[in-house]
Ligand binder design. Structure first.
Ligand code: MG
Length: 176
């Protein structure tokens, strides 16, 4: 039986923390990505957006799957040659990125742009996750980047929506 959504939300938050990623750190990446575009953006708003993303079932499933594979690779318990591919973060493996695309897609195409940008910059906790001395995070680095990208896209969509409501596109004079 599927666990309830709220239980799953708590489970993934605990799992992220256990793997060295407090949710606040993901919110900081969102803040970094969006602060130049959304005036008066707060860390609280970023955190709220991250939680909204973490409430989605497909995000929870992707996190459970990816984190479990990282953990098993860290313990050396995967079958060959998967063990070596994941433990060494082999760049041609690619399934870590594929799994993350399910998250990036959630809020439309802005997500793709944000995800590419996040992946390149390795801001904040992503730098820690990419340091191999800190353990196997082959899946988690992409998943965290994807969650930050999705939470950013969600904020950007909402900001635009608020703008449009202030000035609906139908509101113009006909000159007649
Ligand atoms: Mg990776």
């Amino acid at each position: 039986m599927q666990p309830r959504s709220q239980e799953m939300h708590q489970t993934v938050i605990r799992l992220l923390e256990k793997r060295g990623v407090p949710v606040e750190e993901i919110a900081r990446i969102v803040m970094f990505l969006q602060q130049d575009y959304i005036p008066a953006l707060t860390l609280e708003a970023c955190l709220e957006s991250v939680h909204a993303v973490l409430c989605k079932r497909e995000v929870q499933n992707a996190l459970l799957t990816g984190i479990q594979l990282d953990m098993l690779a860290e313990e050396g318990r995967l079958i060959a040659p998967l063990q070596e591919l994941i433990a060494s973060d082999e760049s041609l493996y690619g399934i870590d990125e594929v799994l993350s695309l399910a998250i990036v897609n959630l809020y439309g195409s802005i997500g793709f742009t944000n995800y590419g940008y996040v992946d390149k910059l390795k801001h904040g906790i992503l730098a820690w996750l990419n340091d191999k001395r800190n353990g196997v995070h082959t899946f988690l680095d992409d998943l965290v980047g994807a969650i930050a990208a999705a939470a950013s896209s969600r904020l950007a969509h909402r900001a635009r929506q608020a703008e449009e409501e202030k000035e609906p596109c139908g509101k113009h004079t006909t000159g007649a």
